[in-house]
Structures are given as structure tokens and as C-alpha cells.
Design a protein around this ligand. Structure first.
Ligand code: AMP
Length: 198
């Protein structure tokens, strides 16, 4: 994996551990010579991540809809800024360019991007690892809800457990290296049977 896309907050969050997590992620990328793809902003954890990479002369590629660039949150010092027409196009571009995805703590934008890549894997539109860096247990309640969704029969456990989770970036990366896509045949058959189709 040489190019990783990171989704993370456009805010800093209230716990200094979140900024440390963004720095640690960038530090790991620097050490392993990994190229960063991200949302392209100069705010929040995104700024910490991009700046730490750039200070260490690593490649950072921003992907940003023109609408956001016009709002003056674009980072001016990136290796490359790719302008796209919409939020949907941005996610497609990120998926095309990246070998794997990591979500750091963030808000609705981060949740949206995370859901998008999870469903791409579920439908085998791509077969790329998706990890959560669960700093200070930030995602615990989301993961508990995913478990609830499995229990209630709306998310399959194999999809739930294909979302890789650790609070340590080295461990998360090891898990991502071992990623195994879930085959579609079995669950498609099961949901058809459930619906009464032969
Ligand atoms: P949020 O988690 O709601 O702060 O949104 C951050 C995520 O959504 C990032 O991974 C970005 O790709 C995207 N995003 C949301 N707001 C912005 C912004 N102001 N500038 C750039 N990207 C943003």
C-alpha cells in the first residue's frame, strides 16, 4: 500500500489526543514513505495531518470540490490539488487513487466518507482495506451501533468485521495488510432467500 486516503475532522476536536493521532498517522506515513490523499483543507485534523507530511517532504494530494475551494479552506501548500465538481466525484476520485482508507476522528463528513468506502467494499466495487483509528475510543459508540445493526439483521457480521479497528496506527496498518474481501455470492443468495425469491 503506497497511497492511503485519510478521512478526518475539519475541526480539531476537544481532546488533544485527536491532534496527536493525526500527527502519529502522518509520522507513520513519513516513516514508510506513504503518499497521502485527503480532503485538501487547511483546517482541523486535516491541517495537522497535511502539515506534518509536508514538513517531512512527503507527497500530499488534496481532492476538493470547487465549492469548498471557493470557501477559502483549501490548503495552498500541497504537492497537488485535484479540483472536482461535486462531493460525489471527490469520493470516486479518492477511491480510484488510493490503496486503502483510514478514518480518524471526525464528524459527519468523515462518517459519510467512511460509509461510502465500506459500501464499495460490500458491493465489491473495490477491494481495498478500510480502517478506523479509534483514538481515545472516539468510535466506540458507532461500533456498538454497528454491532446492534448486526444483531438486528441489517448488517452482516462479515461486513462489520471487515471494518478494521485499532487505536494504534502500526497495528491498524498490519490489519489492513491482511485484509480479505468478503465474497458476494453467499450473502446475496441469503438476502434473496429471505425475500422469498428462489
Ligand atoms: P467532518 O468530519 O464533518 O469535519 O468532515 C471532514 C471530512 O469531510 C474530510 O475527510 C473531508 O474530506 C470532508 N470535508 C468536510 N468539510 C470540509 C472542508 N471544510 N474542507 C475540506 N473537506 C471537508
Amino acid at each position: 500500500m503506497t497511497t492511503i486516503c485519510v478521512f478526518c475532522g475539519s475541526s480539531m476536536g476537544n481532546n488533544p489526543a485527536y491532534q496527536q493521532a493525526a500527527k502519529a498517522t502522518a509520522g507513520f506515513f513519513v516513516k514508510h514513505n506513504i503518499r497521502l490523499v485527503y480532503g485538501g483543507a487547511k483546517v482541523g485534523l486535516m491541517k495537522i495531518l497535511a502539515d506534518t507530511m509536508l514538513e517531512n517532504n512527503r507527497e500530499v494530494i488534496g481532492v476538493m470540490p470547487r465549492l469548498l475551494i471557493e470557501k477559502e479552506v483549501a490548503h495552498q501548500g500541497l504537492t497537488q490539488m485535484i479540483q472536482v465538481g461535486s462531493m460525489a466525484e471527490r469520493k470516486l476520485k479518492m477511491v480510484e487513487m488510493s490503496d486503502g482508507f483510514i478514518a480518524l476522528p471526525g464528524g459527519l463528513g468523515t462518517f459519510d466518507e467512511l460509509s461510502e468506502v465500506l459500501i464499495y467494499n460490500q458491493l465489491r466495487i473495490m477491494d481495498k482495506p478500510v480502517g478506523i483509528l479509534n483514538t481515545a475510543g472516539y468510535f466506540d459508540k458507532m461500533l456498538a451501533f454497528f454491532d446492534h445493526a448486526v444483531k438486528e439483521g441489517f448488517v452482516r457480521s462479515e461486513h462489520r468485521y471487515n471494518l478494521l479497528v485499532s487505536d494504534d496506527i502500526d497495528t491498524l496498518f498490519q490489519l489492513m495488510h491482511q485484509y480479505n474481501p468478503v465474497s458476494m455470492g453467499k450473502w446475496l443468495e441469503e438476502i434473496k432467500t429471505e425475500a422469498g425469491e428462489k
